[in-house]
Design a protein around this ligand. Structure first.
Ligand SMILES: [Zn+2]
Length: 399
């Protein structure tokens, strides 16, 4: 994700205007992209290369691991071909079926005071893709103290950088471990203009899943990159992968559109859905209205309001998201009611799933209380019990 820093520094209030006023001309040579009168040597000389990794960065945050990849990119410029997935050779750059549900990552402790901000921004950005398609990004906190590009206990690392030309940059699924990093510039931590850090990371995780900039498609009429991609949907000028300043039409924070979801499903399949059945075997947890209000445990049927997206956040903790996108919350972190009305994951929206045998689980809140179906089901859903008895057991049913 790239913006024009010189404008931003001089005119902070004009950030949005600069984003919306045509392709930013950057001091690292973005203006050359798409210009086939530039020789490869000139193109190379004007391309930003990260000092640490040697990765070349084109068009803001499009990474290339080495000279061969950069040359391939350059050779593909202006070939004249017409959400798009990155292509490597003749294959889609995508995760395997076995890996797509366990895309593990660490978040470097070197974020310091910003560590929790980054952890939750990653969780929420990932959750939005997980809500759409059959992928699961999993934070492995035990690796955060050694969160480097050479840590092979995770698929990728999330680290801070400074003095770079971008807000953040990611990678494609076919990249080698050393270059599978999400690097976040210090000045992106608090968000940038109308973009939250979560929004910026939604875009970067799109790359992690294999998605190219939507503005490389000819319909954008500007900011063309190259032809190493395959269309998954029709062109979407509002895509989370479309830079606003490249004739994009997404004006607020970077959100995943219906077409983005459609494309993600085309590549990875639809997100799995679950229901939670109370111990009486009859009643199910419901998000009233499909989410946005109370949660109860009193429905004898499973329809859309009783359908949830359950995703592993990492470290044995899960989020439970209603059909319309609201998260299950233990009010106060536990000790009171459970509702289904939160729009983001924070500490109160994380539940530790405890296997209690017999195909059942208990849901433990951040402060150690358990979710309970009052009366074993048929009534309220609370999050206030101090121990696991019969009423605190649920069956997680795959739909
Ligand atoms: Zn990008």
């Amino acid at each position: 994700m790239k913006v024009n820093y010189s404008l931003a520094v001089l005119l902070p209030s004009a950030v949005l205007a600069s984003l919306l006023s045509g392709c930013a001309i950057n001091d690292d040579g973005d203006e050359h992209v798409g210009n086939n009168h530039v020789s490869f040597e000139e193109f190379l000389a004007s391309t930003y290369q990260e000092p640490e990794s040697g990765v070349y960065i084109v068009d803001g945050d499009l990474p290339f691991e080495n000279l061969d990849q950069l040359r391939e990119f350059y050779d593909g410029l202006n070939i004249g071909q017409a959400l798009a997935v990155h292509r490597s050779g003749n294959s889609d750059a995508k995760w395997s079926n076995s890996r797509k549900r366990n895309l593990t990552y660490c978040v470097s402790n070197s974020f310091g005071g910003n560590y929790n901000t980054v952890v939750y921004a990653m969780a929420n950005a990932a959750s939005d893709w997980e809500f759409a398609a059959n992928v699961d990004l999993v934070h492995v906190a035990s690796q955060d103290g050694n969160c480097t590009a050479s840590n092979n206990n995770v698929v990728f690392d999330v680290r801070p950088v400074s003095g770079v030309s971008y807000l953040a940059r990611a990678f494609f699924p076919n990249y080698s471990r050393a270059n599978r990093n999400i690097l976040i510039a210090t000045n992106a931590i608090g968000g940038y203009g109308v973009w939250t850090l979560t929004g910026i990371l939604r875009h970067e995780i799109g790359h992690v899943l294999g998605f190219r900039h939507e503005h490389t498609r000819p319909e954008a009429k500007t900011c063309y990159e190259n032809s190493s991609w395959r269309a998954l949907t029709s062109y979407d000028s509002k895509s989370v992968m479309h830079y606003p300043h490249c004739n994009g039409r997404q004006r607020g924070d970077l959100v995943i559109t219906g077409k983005d979801e459609e494309g993600a499903i085309a590549l990875y399949g639809a997100a799995p859905q679950h229901a939670l059945r109370a111990v009486n075997g009859t009643h199910h947890v419901v998000a009233e209205g499909g989410g946005g209000g109370a949660a109860k445990a009193n429905r004898p049927h499973i329809r859309s309001w009783e359908t949830f997206h359950v995703n592993h956040l990492g470290n044995g903790e899960y989020s439970v998201r209603s059909i319309n996108g609201h998260y299950l919350v233990a009010e106060g972190g536990g000790g009171g009611a459970a509702n289904a009305n939160r729009k983001a994951i924070g500490p109160w929206e994380k539940f530790r799933f405890i296997n209690v045998g017999n195909g059942q689980i208990a849901l433990r809140t951040i402060n150690g209380r358990y979710v309970v179906a009052e009366g074993a089901g048929g009534g309220a859903l609370n999050a206030n019990r101090k121990a696991i008895g019969a009423w605190e057991k649920f069956r997680l049913i795959g739909l």
